[in-house]
Design a binder for this molecule. Structure first.
Ligand code: SF4
Length: 62
C-alpha cells in the first residue's frame, strides 16, 4: 500500500485468517515491525482491543 493504509481499510497483506503474509520477512514495513503493543492500546481483552482500535480508526479517518 504505497500511499499508506487508510483508516477502515484492511491491509492488503492480510490473508484469509487475518494473519500478516509478510510477518518475519524483510519486506514487512518497518513501522509494522517496530510496533510494540501496549496495555493502553490493547486493553485487557480482545473486545477491549477492538473497541480501542475502532476508536483510533474513527479518529484518524481522512
Ligand atoms: S503487520 Fe503491517 S503489513 Fe502485516 S498485515 Fe499488519 S499492517 Fe499489513
Amino acid at each position: 500500500m504505497p500511499q499508506g493504509k487508510p483508516a477502515g481499510v484492511p491491509c492488503v497483506q492480510l490473508d484469509a485468517d487475518l494473519r500478516c503474509r509478510l510477518f518475519g520477512q524483510p519486506q514487512r514495513p518497518a513501522f509494522c515491525a517496530s510496533l510494540r503493543p501496549q496495555p493502553d492500546m490493547c486493553g485487557s481483552s480482545r473486545q477491549d482491543a477492538l473497541m480501542r482500535l475502532t476508536w483510533l480508526e474513527r479518529q484518524t479517518r481522512p
